[in-house]
Design a protein. Structure first.
Length: 127
């Protein structure tokens, strides 16, 4: 049990360091730690590694009785752009929630008037 807590602490620290290194995240570290810890607990934080290095993370909210996965954050190391990482993140993420049929996200920061757009899992994964 103690080892699991230590491992979780290490993972949370690595994820936070990755987020700050790859975005302009405005949340204070202690608040971000609380958020990431909860997503890891619920299995809604997908982390991709290349060797021992984090290359992408995605936070999800599972909605509609498990049928929908809403992407909250998708952060990819710039050295891994255009390498099929988004598809890998989605595959790994939905493997934890096999009832998910739709994946959606909104871009309100960039387009304040747009609602969440939902895509079928099949549609996204065939790209």
């Amino acid at each position: 049990m103690l080892q699991e807590l230590l491992d979780t602490d290490k993972i949370v620290d690595e994820v936070i360091d990755f987020i700050y290194a790859n975005t302009h995240y405005l949340v204070q570290r202690n608040e971000l730690e609380r958020i990431i810890r909860l997503h890891i607990l619920y299995g809604t934080c997908t982390i991709l590694h290349d060797k021992n290095k984090i290359i992408a993370i995605c936070r999800w909210n599972i909605e509609d009785s498990g049928r929908k996965a809403k992407v909250l954050d998708l952060i990819i190391d710039k050295n891994y752009y255009d390498k099929g990482i988004v598809r890998q993140v989605f595959l790994k993420g939905i493997s934890m929630f096999p009832n998910v049929k739709l994946i959606g996200w909104d871009r309100r920061r960039k387009y304040p008037t747009r609602d969440t757009h939902w895509y079928s899992v099949r549609q996204l994964l065939r790209r």
